[in-house]
Design a protein around this ligand. Structure first.
Ligand code: ARG
Length: 461
């Protein structure tokens, strides 16, 4: 009776060692609800093809709903001898519907087309959850940006002060990758919404079942076009795992800045008590653990993706048992993001920005040198020379411990006759920021447009 789905040709049941190896109920139980929905849809197709009477279909559906309720309540659980969720639920069905009726359900389907369908249903459901969490996060980022109009900060390249930017511009820069992740998810869901059901073990069904009926019962668009591909492809799983990994990476890049901003040296943000942690020994500590966990988990999400890709590489068609290894990584990526995103969003929503400190540092490190060069270009100086002159002004100031706006008129002229007193007009952070009015630039007018566009885009997801 062990290995109840395939006992016939075996003289002995599986060894305990094989059973331990083979068993997947400890993780594929997450598919139990989808398995039952798949079974109901399959029963409908069996009835439509004349293999179940109307009464039998009703009894089958009723028994499957009883089983579903028993799974939810915990009254029905996997037994030690159940190989996987499919075997366990067939046992449960036979217990509830009797062997005569329950034994009919498996006609024309295999665990191979079943599992390929169920993992899609699982991902499609969790895509909706993760999409909602991403929308929440983007809205919070946009809200923080909108709450700090005009606040400036040092924009960095190589982590060095580069050019002043609006805080709102920097924050919005973290929202756009997440919008693209939403876009990727939407794109992915079109490919995911195909039903492998009806492919059977690999070659298709001979029973005249209608796979389009099963697909529509399950809310999927259409059956897969090739039964071998239907049962062996997992690119739809790998692609989903990639998008989740990319979300992790996007969060980890934002995290890195928050960790830096929260240091005493930088001191740009204060984390809310509810979204930071203390130290068991150092009473003064307030740690950015959420950002660090985001950074750490992004490595885990990458690992899940690469592990899955390694499983798929060079795997011959059609079904191989290796494919059972697709589930734990993708389930784990889903679980991790579903706990991480709400905490991350809370951390961002409750950040306090030290805008005075940011504004004070914005012009430091000669971050307005590009503005000097571009001002010179507007005076007719060719850029090569303008870059040189501006660089000399930086060196002049650095040697004397001055900021760029501090040299006297005579000192400016001594660096270059092109540097007249008027250059001071561009040597303010606000002047610099608001001069960058090109599309996508950091000028307030452009950034406000961005925030409006972000808010508009997220409502479409
Ligand atoms: N539990 C398997 C999986 O997750 C599905 C069962 C197919 N097993 C088989 N021997 N054909 O992929």
């Amino acid at each position: 009776e062990a290995g109840a789905l395939w006992g016939g040709r075996f003289a002995n049941g599986p060894s305990p060692a094989l059973q331990r190896l083979s068993k997947s109920t400890q993780f594929d139980w997450a598919l139990a609800d989808y398995d039952i929905s798949g079974s109901k849809a399959h029963a409908t197709a069996l009835a439509a093809a004349g293999y179940l009477t109307a009464d039998e279909l009703t009894a089958m559906h009723d028994a499957l709903e009883v089983l579903r309720a028993d799974v939810v309540s915990g009254a029905f659980v996997a037994a030690e001898s159940d190989e996987d969720v499919h075997s366990a639920l067939e046992r449960g069905l036979v217990e509830r519907a009797g062997a005569n009726l329950g034994g009919k359900l498996r006609a024309g389907r295999s665990r191979n087309d079943q599992i390929a369908t169920l993992v899609r249903l699982y991902m499609i459901d969790h895509e909706a959850v993760i999409r909602g969490l991403l929308v929440d996060l983007i809205e919070v980022i946009v809200g923080q940006a909108a709450a700090h109009p005009g606040a400036t900060m040092p924009g960095r390249t190589h982590l060095q002060h580069a050019q002043p930017v609006l805080l709102a511009h920097q924050l919005a820069a973290h929202a756009w990758p997440l919008v693209r992740d939403l876009d990727r998810l939407r794109d992915w869901s079109v490919r995911a919404a195909r039903s492998p059901y009806g492919a059977g073990a690999l070659a298709g069904s001979s029973l005249g079942l209608d796979p389009a009926l099963v697909a529509s019962e399950l809310g999927l668009g259409a059956p897969c076009d090739n039964s071998i591909d239907a049962t062996s492809a997992r690119d739809v799983v790998a692609e989903f795992a990639f998008i989740l990994a990319q979300v992790g990476i996007d969060l980890s890049r934002f995290s890195e800045e928050i960790i830096l901003w929260a240091t005493r040296e930088v001191n740009f943000v204060r984390l809310h008590d509810s979204f930071s942690t203390g130290s068991s020994i150092m009473p003064q500590k307030k740690n950015p653990d959420i950002a660090e966990l985001a950074r750490g988990k992004s490595g885990r999400l990458i690992g899940n993706l690469t592990g899955l890709l390694a499983t798929l590489k060079a795997l011959p068609l059609a079904y191989n048992r290796d494919l059972q290894e697709d589930k734990e990584p993708v389930f784990d990526s889903v679980d991790q993001l579903e706990v991480l995103l709400p905490a991350f969003t809370g951390m961002i929503a409750t950040l306090t920005f030290n805008t005075e400190r940011m504004a004070e540092l914005a012009p430091q490190g000669f971050s307005l040198a590009t503005d000097v060069a571009e001002w010179l270009v507007k005076q007719g100086v060719i850029f090569r020379d303008a870059h040189e002159i501006s660089g000399e002004l930086v060196r002049f100031c650095e040697e004397r411990g001055l900021e760029l706006h501090e040299p006297t008129d005579e000192q400016l002229a001594s660096v270059s006759p092109h540097l007249t007193a008027d250059v001071r007009n561009v040597l303010t952070v606000d002047g610099s920021v608001n001069s960058r009015v090109g599309i996508g630039g950091t000028a307030s007018v452009r950034v406000n447009e961005q925030l409006v566009e972000l808010a508009r885009l997220v409502t479409a997801f």
